[in-house]
Design a protein around this ligand. Structure first.
Ligand code: XIL
Length: 297
């Protein structure tokens, strides 16, 4: 096939992009989005600060716009994200302990209920592990509410939207290392105890290359009985085109790898300013990295 989405579909996968509601009126952006992608992730619009700017007051305007546009284009929606230490509204940053725990669980319930039936997979919890090389939990106000905050969030999400796949999502978990092994152990524990979890997202914000054990890492999670997804792919640096092919082939080689999402469309849309880590240049032209992905699919 001649597009990322159609080629991925031939292999039973989706190919998605993170998108920003304010850019939907940009005709170059929207044309690529509609032509190439079969899934979308709102880059910021479903985060806590966007959806509950003051306690108990919910704003779904921008997220709803993305969902409506995706439905009109026949694209899946990955929900991102229900519980995360970053991009919390100021009022939630001011809470701790049981007050924060109940505010978080109410947030999960309200947002997952609002989007019930419309979300393919939710990143229920994002970035809850530390980068200390020992596989610790990240020391956040959410973590300080108790080590079971992650499973509590997953149970609330399942109750609110039983049909959505529920994912744990993180970065620097793309190869086999202390952090990914800690996530692996959490997922194994959840499966053993019946805590609802369906998928693990690997953000894959990479530079130059993918870890040599990238595919093996995806496979070990899949072997736990969860789907795996590449959720925020972008690759800076010199090995870009080759690394994109490596990641694409790794996903295709793992039967439970259900799809790939790139974190933006054009280089000018990327959060990694100045690194040009995406598949289309600022003018919307296909880069070598694009061809590399398409050839690998
Ligand atoms: C980033 C967005 O791309 C930016 O627009 C925003 O300013 C900050 O967040 N990991 C994640 C994403 O899970 O939510 C982050 O998105 C990038 C890192």
């Amino acid at each position: 096939a001649t597009t990322l989405g159609a080629s991925a579909a031939e292999k039973g996968r989706y190919f998605g992009a993170a998108i920003a509601a304010p850019k939907l009126g940009d005709t170059t952006y929207s044309a690529i989005l509609k032509r190439e992608f079969t899934s979308v992730t709102p880059e910021n619009e479903m985060k806590w600060d966007a959806t509950e700017p003051s306690r108990g007051t919910f704003n779904y305007t921008a997220g709803d716009r993305i969902v409506a546009q995706a439905q009109a284009n026949g694209q899946k929606v990955r929900g991102h994200t229900l519980a995360w230490h970053s991009q919390m509204p100021a009022w939630a940053q001011a809470l701790s302990g049981s007050a924060l725990r109940s505010a978080m669980l109410n947030h999960v319930t309200q947002v997952a209920t609002h989007y019930k039936g419309k979300i393919y997979a939710w990143d229920v919890v994002n970035e809850a592990f530390a980068d200390d090389g020992r596989g610790s939990r990240r020391n956040s106000s959410l973590q300080q509410t108790g080590n079971d905050w992650i499973e509590a969030a997953f149970r609330a999400a399942r109750a609110a939207d039983p049909a959505a796949k529920l994912c744990y999502n993180d970065y620097s978990t793309d190869g086999v290392n202390a952090k990914s092994t800690a996530v692996y152990n959490m997922v194994a524990d959840f499966k053993a105890r019946g805590v609802p979890i369906d998928c693990v997202g690997f953000q894959s914000h990479l530079t130059n290359n993918a870890p040599s054990d990238y595919q093996a890492n995806l496979q070990r999670f899949a072997n736990l009985g969860v789907d795996v997804q590449i959720t925020e792919l972008d690759i800076a640096g010199s090995g870009q085109a080759a690394a994109y092919a490596t990641v694409t082939r790794a996903c295709l080689a793992v039967s439970r790898c259900t799809g790939i999402t790139v974190w933006g469309i054009r280089d000018s849309d990327s959060w990694r300013t100045g690194t040009n880590p995406l598949l289309f240049d600022a003018g919307g032209a296909k880069k070598a990295a694009y061809t590399s992905v398409l050839d690998a699919l």
